[in-house]
Design a binder for this molecule. Sequence first.
Ligand code: C2E
Ligand code: CA
Ligand code: CA
Ligand code: CA
Length: 279
Amino acid sequence: AKRIGSNNFQFFTVDLSAKIQARLALQGQLRLAVEREEFVLHYQPQVDLCSGRIVGVEALIRWNHPELGLVPPGQFIGLAEETGLIVPIGAWVIRTACAQSKAWERQGLGSFRMAVNVSVRQFAQPDLVEYIAAVLAETGLEPQSLEIELTESLVMNDVDRSIDILQRLKAIGLQMSIDDFGTGYSSLAYLKRFPIDLLKIDQAFVRDIETSSDDAAIVKTIISMAHSLGIRVIAEGVETEAQCNFLRLNMCDEIQGYFFSRPVDAARIGELLAQDQRL
Ligand code: C2E
Ligand code: CA
Ligand code: CA
Ligand code: CA
């Protein structure tokens, strides 16, 4: 057996406390970032496979850190969720995305959905529906232009409660979508209980769509089941033309992924939308 000396133990504690320190520092910086609104939204187009047009964009947050530059959400959303900072951050996202969407509309860039991600804590806020309604009133954005993305695992956490909140969000006219679909363990039969408009197939199933007959079968099944329930389907993480062709052939409604465009800043989306208008 290996000898575990006291030195090793000390290294371990030093290492651990360094991690805690780093975490606390990040937490403090994130708190300041909320006050200073050091965030920026990038947007990724969602393209209709029939018309080839941009029918929606997903707002994806980045932290514009004074020293680190643009920090991807994977590096701070978890911490924001644990600390509750996700609530003011999420409110900022909704406000900013709605204002931006209305601004594009005013510039004559057409109407399309603006999708925002809503996290567990945000979803549990008793005033979420009122907050969104107030933002829509303030910005003048039509409710049907705003789409709320909730992950499959979030809605499956407490199904009855989720349905209740989903119904209240639907009642004010929003579009609802289930994100990362297929990664949870829910049966497709559950879908019919949820008042949803769109289903997003997780990129994990799209990746190997051409080589894995299992993934291909899963994707086909999700699409036909969703359609039989009157739900539109978006495939996420579409990176190649072959994936796109497979999805089109199998009646997927929309694609989102690097094949069409990476998430880009507002100015670039404005250009893409303007191009789209001229087609
Ligand atoms: P998500 O909601 O599943 O968003 C899709 C992620 O996949 C984005 O990563 C996007 O950049 C990436 N992606 C898009 N197309 C492709 C592709 O073709 N290939 C690959 N490999 N990746 C692709 P991003 O922007 O880093 O966001 C990661 C996650 O962070 C999001 O996953 C979402 O869960 C979370 N997130 C982002 N913005 C927000 C937000 O405003 N609020 C909350 N609560 N979560 C957010
Ligand atoms: Ca999403
Ligand atoms: Ca997703
Ligand atoms: Ca994801």
